[in-house]
Ligand binder design. Structure first.
Ligand SMILES: NC(=O)c1ccc[n+]([C@@H]2O[C@H](COP(=O)([O-])OP(=O)(O)OC[C@H]3O[C@@H](n4cnc5c(N)ncnc54)[C@H](O)[C@@H]3O)[C@@H](O)[C@H]2O)c1
Ligand SMILES: O=c1ccn([C@@H]2O[C@H](COP(=O)(O)OP(=O)(O)O[C@H]3O[C@H](CO)[C@@H](O)[C@H](O)[C@H]3O)[C@@H](O)[C@H]2O)c(=O)[nH]1
Length: 447
């Protein structure tokens, strides 16, 4: 059993803290946000993440998972200190490092013996060294030793527990082999591949992985836009490409582009890191621009079918940046909905989980509905922004009856074109060619 303190009880801190306790370690999760810690102490989870409530309850009950706002005391009580604070996008697009630096200062002030300081936050290359300097400059006893390790996190929101418990690999970067070995040992119960490297390379792996995935998404979205113009079907193209094992089928889902707390900020941050290092990362800048433009595809399709949006009632299904989360950070809905309102449309929004967080971010004139049925009743068009299971399973015949006219603009390619055609619903999705695909679907049914 290892004694671990996790500084920062956001998504990553809470999920990784709960998973470390699940595999037999005593974990203290601490945060400067007293409201969050109060909720957690009462057994309430401040974020929506499937399965997290049971994991937290189980491990708090057996005394393996504790919560506190006393960050200093928590540091003193552990041998391994994880930094999992936010590194949000600053106004200039760089990663805002103030939370990491304040955590490092606190660790220095409370370094009461040898500790391994592990950075889990996504940080620019060189941050490990900066953390080392800050801890060194703030420690009370000049003789106390410590090591710094980078152990980036690769979990996805919505499937965070399973991503963490069944991680593809643990990347462990440090110049101390002893520290790397202890962190590798910590990961042994996860039965995962351990990849040891130096501090800087570990920091870069996280940015390279995220920006590569973002590149895949922008690439397929660009292909989708071309497909529409030349009469090809992006779902077939993605499937056909993905069958090549060198390419792989994942992250080739065309739509309205990526959002969330990571890809937008990490793509910007790496472009800045490259600029600062004297390299113009044109490819990545183009990935970012492609993604920004992709959100507007929905608006173009709406204008293309409805003409002016003034006075139109628009049902928006899905507000979160992806299903199974209430996270609204950089969600496409935050760009699309204000634009719909600006063009004079009325917006009736439904999201099974994210409506509470969305209310804080979206204009007041959005009308929030309690169900899909309520949102689509009397609507001139239904716009799909998040592929929630509930949306994928909605009763289309009923939807058709409730709407003013049967028109769907789908930013996530949720439905079969043939089924929509059969139902008599005018259906616009991204990068697909209605007639061709409908014929193909029918042929595959016949054979
Ligand atoms: N959210 C994800 O899915 C995800 C996945 C992988 C990596 N990451 C990275 O992990 C890091 C954390 O992300 P997140 O989404 O969990 O962030 P978050 O914003 O949800 O949570 C960060 C928490 O840190 C706390 N905090 C800030 N300064 C503190 C301090 N000095 N002491 C104690 N607590 C402090 C905040 O109050 C907040 O609760 C980021 O660098 C992010 O890029 C996030
Ligand atoms: O084929 C795809 C796959 C994803 N997306 C979009 O991309 C965004 C991000 O999706 P996903 O990667 O599933 O969610 P995140 O929770 O943001 O996870 C990413 O960001 C995390 C934070 O760094 C990393 O830890 C994860 O490995 C990385 O997948 C969402 O808006 C998705 O709708 C697509 O448009 N097409």
């Amino acid at each position: 059993m290892k004694k671990i303190t996790v500084i920062g009880t956001g998504y990553v801190g809470l999920v990784s803290g709960a998973c470390f306790s699940e595999i037999g370690n005593r974990v203290i999760c601490c945060d400067v946000d007293a409201r969050k810690i109060d909720l957690l102490k009462k057994g309430e989870i401040p974020i929506y993440e499937p399965g997290l409530d049971q994991l937290v309850e189980k491990n708090t009950e057996r005394g393996m998972l504790l919560f506190t706002t006393e960050v200093g005391e928590a540091i003193e009580a552990s041998d391994i200190i994880y930094i999992a604070v936010g590194t949000p996008m600053s106004e200039t697009g760089e990663a805002d490092m103030r939370y990491v630096m304040s955590a490092a200062k606190k660790i220095g002030e409370h370094l009461n013996g040898y500790k391994i300081i592990v950075n889990k936050s996504t940080v620019p290359v060189g941050t490990g060294e900066l953390v080392r300097e800050v801890v060194q400059a703030n420690k009370r006893n000049p003789w106390t030793q410590f090591d710094v390790v980078s152990n980036p996190e690769f979990l996805r929101e919505g499937s965070a527990i399973s991503d963490c418990m069944n991680m593809d690999r643990a990347v462990i970067g440090s110049d101390s082999e002893a520290a790397r070995e202890i962190i590798a040992e910590l990961h042994a119960p996860f039965r995962t591949r351990i990849f040891k490297t130096d501090l800087e390379s570990a920091e870069m792996i996280k940015y390279a992985a995220n920006t590569f995935l973002a590149t895949k998404i922008s690439f397929i979205n660009a292909i989708a836009n071309i497909c529409e113009r030349v009469g090809a079907d992006v779902t077939d193209v993605a499937e056909g490409m993905g069958l090549d094992s060198r390419i792989g089928s994942k992250f080739l889902q065309a739509g309205i582009g990526y959002g969330g707390s990571c890809f937008p900020k990490d793509t910007y941050a790496l472009a800045h890191i490259a600029d600062k290092a004297g390299y113009d990362f044109e490819l990545l800048k183009s990935v970012i621009r492609t993604n920004q433009r992709q959100r507007l595809v929905v608006l173009d399709k709406l204008r293309g079918t409805l003409g002016s949006l003034a006075g139109k009632q628009i049902a928006v299904l899905g507000l979160a940046f992806k299903p199974d989360t209430d996270d609204m950070r950089y969600a496409p809905s935050l760009t699309i909905i204000p634009e719909l309102l600006k063009q004079g449309a009325g917006v009736r929004a439904y999201d099974p989980i994210a409506a509470v967080t969305a209310r804080r971010e979206l204009p007041e004139s959005v009308h929030y509905c309690d169900s899909i049925e309520q949102a689509v009743t009397g609507a001139d068009v239904c716009v799909i922004l998040t592929e929630w299971k509930e949306v994928l399973q909605m009763d289309m015949a009923r939807l058709k009856k409730l709407m003013n006219q049967p028109l769907i603009v789908d930013g996530r390619n949720c439905f079969s074109l043939a089924a929509m055609q059969e139902l008599g619903i005018q259906y616009h999705s991204v990068g697909r060619r209605p007639v061709h695909a409908a014929e193909r679907d029918r042929q595959s049914v016949n054979f």
